[in-house]
Structures are given as C-alpha cells and as structure tokens.
Design a binder for this molecule. Structure first.
Ligand SMILES: NC(=O)C1=CN([C@@H]2O[C@H](COP(=O)(O)OP(=O)(O)OC[C@H]3O[C@@H](n4cnc5c(N)ncnc54)[C@H](OP(=O)(O)O)[C@@H]3O)[C@@H](O)[C@H]2O)[C@@H](O)CC1
Ligand SMILES: Nc1ncnc2c1ncn2[C@@H]1O[C@H](COP(=O)(O)OP(=O)(O)O)[C@@H](O)[C@H]1O
Ligand SMILES: [Mg+2]
Length: 282
C-alpha cells in the first residue's frame, strides 16, 4: 500500500466552502436523519443536533414514535416525522426528497427495521451516510450494497468494519480488504479509529485531528450528523468525508485543554463545532 495522504489544515482549506452572504435556509440543504429506537433516542438527538450545527439549513429526523417528544423538546429547530411503530423503525416514509440522508445510529436490528432499511435502499437516490446498525444489518445482507448510490459514505468502527469485510490477520490485510470492498461496491469507507482513515477506492487518507477524548458514547453518532450535513450542503462525498472527520477530530483537540479527557462527551463535540469551523476562516 502507498503511504496515506494526510488530511491536514492545508488540504482542508482547499475544499472548505465558506457560507455565502446571500445564503438562506433553503440554499443550505435539507438533511434527513433516520435514527433511534427505544432506549437509543439519544443517538438520534446527537446525530440531528450535530447535523444542524454543521451548517445545514433544515433538518428532519425520522424516529419511532417513542422519540417524538424527546426530539422536539431537546432540539426545537429540528422537524420530526415518526414511524407508525412505538419502539423501532418499521416503514420509512419521508415527507420530502432531501439533499442528503444519514441512516443508522441507534436503530437496532429488529426484523421489521431490516425490512424498512431494504425498502428504503430500493427507492432512495439521495446522497447517503450509513452508520452503526444500518451497517450491521447490511453486513448480514451484503448484496444490498448494490442498491446504494455511488459514493455512499460508510462509517464503521473496527467491529462494524470486521462485520462488513470479515476478519483480517494484519493491518495491511485490513487495508487491502477495505480497498477491495470500496472498489467493489463503489463506496467511501470512513474507517473510524485512532486515527481515522478514509478509503476511496485505491486512495487512502489519514486524518490528523482528534484524540482519545473522542473515546466516548455517541461520538460516532455525532460524526454521522456532521457528514450528512456537509453532503446536504452540496459537498461531494469525497470532500464531505474528509472535512467531516477533520472537523470532528478538531473539536476534541480544541476542547481538550478545557475539558480534559475524562469530562469530554459527545455533546462536547457539538459544543465545539463552531470553534472548529472558525479555525478554517482566514
Ligand atoms: N445514547 C445513545 O443512544 C447511544 C447509542 N449508540 C448506538 O448503539 C448501537 C450499538 O453501538 P455500539 O457501537 O456500542 O455496538 P457494537 O456495534 O456492537 O460495537 C461494540 C463492539 O465494537 C467494538 N469496538 C467499538 N469501537 C471499537 C474500537 N474503536 N476499537 C476496537 N473495537 C471497538 C467493541 O469491542 P470490545 O473492545 O468491547 O471487545 C464492542 O464489541 C449503535 O446503533 C449506536 O449508534 C451508541 O452510539 C452509544 C450511544
Ligand atoms: N482514541 C481515539 N482517538 C481518536 N479518535 C477516537 C478515539 N476513540 C474513538 N475515536 C473516534 O470516536 C468515534 C467513535 O465512533 P463509534 O465507535 O461509532 O461511537 P458511537 O457508536 O458510540 O457513537 C470515531 O469517530 C472514532 O474515530
Ligand atoms: Mg457508532
């Protein structure tokens, strides 16, 4: 394998698009987050809030009924649409075609949720981020990946990656298998970890931001929201994935002197998103 390209500030400044002074919420993209199940509505809240706080104009969140009040009270700026089912997602019906969709955090693996994901993949054409249980479901139905739009962004942590590509015997085999997977299914794989690598066909990129403060519940859910937001704003998937992982890690680097490792939570990532974006302004 060639040595990875580094995702550093110089590279990010080449692709970052500042918000236009004539922008309005309609030009900033409408994102949909499909997430959550009973006991894991927090994942939907974190992904939705981070989506909104990364510059997206409008965010609609699709959740099972049990999440309705939680979402509306915790993030009044976000619109919600609920499934017929109380505890988990069974039938994704969207009120609009958005500019991007993030699917997976906290959805669980109920059979009805698996069917809902399959039906969604059959009809969806919007740019897509797949995370968490959406990846776990797809791991057991790998041919469904043939249904996703080209350059869909997959964000597995190491265990989710293993479920998708199978076990590896060395780091180099892990990269080889992920490159082959990215080529075969025409997807971008964000290999989350310390550090995070992005695999886009045969190209490998290594992120330079982030630290162990991110080793906390929900930090991946927040990344899904950020990536979905950037896609909705019109960033091409190859740029959205780089900018998203860079900003996500940068929040932890900026926050660390104030929070230390221990008190940093996924909500701290969201809190520091503004400072991370400001680092990109000249
Ligand atoms: N507030 C909420 O609503 C929250 C909801 N959430 C939602 O919960 C769902 C389940 O998500 P999940 O990732 O916890 O479960 P799962 O896929 O079984 O992975 C666990 C296994 O993976 C491994 N592993 C993980 N990271 C690794 C690493 N860096 N490096 C190495 N190994 C690593 C780890 O292995 P271990 O080290 O324990 O052997 C363990 O076996 C999902 O939908 C998510 O969105 C969460 O986001 C939390 C907040
Ligand atoms: N030690 C670490 N250094 C840098 N980044 C880390 C570290 N530990 C975790 N992360 C990042 O935190 C996120 C964890 O995602 P994930 O495991 O999906 O969390 P969750 O499912 O709880 O939301 C990933 O973006 C990962 O790269
Ligand atoms: Mg996760």
């Amino acid at each position: 394998m060639k040595s990875p390209y580094l995702i550093n500030k110089e590279e990010i400044l080449k692709l970052y698009q500042p918000v236009d002074s004539k922008a309005h919420k309609g030009t900033q993209g409408h994102a949909i987050i499909i997430a959550g199940s009973y006991g894991k509505i927090g994942a939907a809240v974190l992904a939705s809030k981070s989506c909104l706080k990364s510059g997206c104009g409008l965010v609609t969140t699709f959740i099972p009924k049990c999440g309705y009040q939680i979402l509306q009270i915790s993030i009044p700026e976000v619109m919600t649409v609920t499934d017929e089912n109380t505890n988990f997602i069974t039938n994704v019906h969207l009120p609009l075609i958005p500019q991007a969709i993030g699917f997976g955090p906290g959805i669980g693996k109920e059979l009805a949720t698996q069917k809902a994901l399959f039906e969604f993949l059959r009809v969806n054409k919007a740019p897509l981020v797949l995370d968490a249980d959406a990846l776990n479901i797809i791991s057991e139905n790998i041919s469904w990946l043939e249904l996703v739009p080209e350059d869909t962004i997959l964000t597995p942590h190491p265990k989710e990656l293993e479920r998708l590509i199978g076990k590896w015997n060395s780091e180099s085999e892990k990269f080889q298998k992920t490159i082959a997977f990215s080529e075969k299914y025409k997807v971008i794989v964000v290999m989350k970890g310390a550090p995070t690598f992005i695999i886009n066909r045969t190209s490998v990129y290594e992120n330079t931001t982030g630290n162990a403060a991110l080793a906390t519940a929900g930090s991946g859910d927040v990344l899904t929201g950020i990536l979905t937001s950037l896609l909705a704003q019109g960033y091409e998937p190859k740029y959205a994935s780089k900018l998203g992982v860079y900003l996500h890690g940068l929040t932890a680097d900026l926050a660390l002197p104030k929070t230390g490792y221990e008190s940093f939570t996924a909500s701290t990532i969201i809190k520091y998103l503004g400072k991370a974006f400001l680092e990109l302004e000249n």
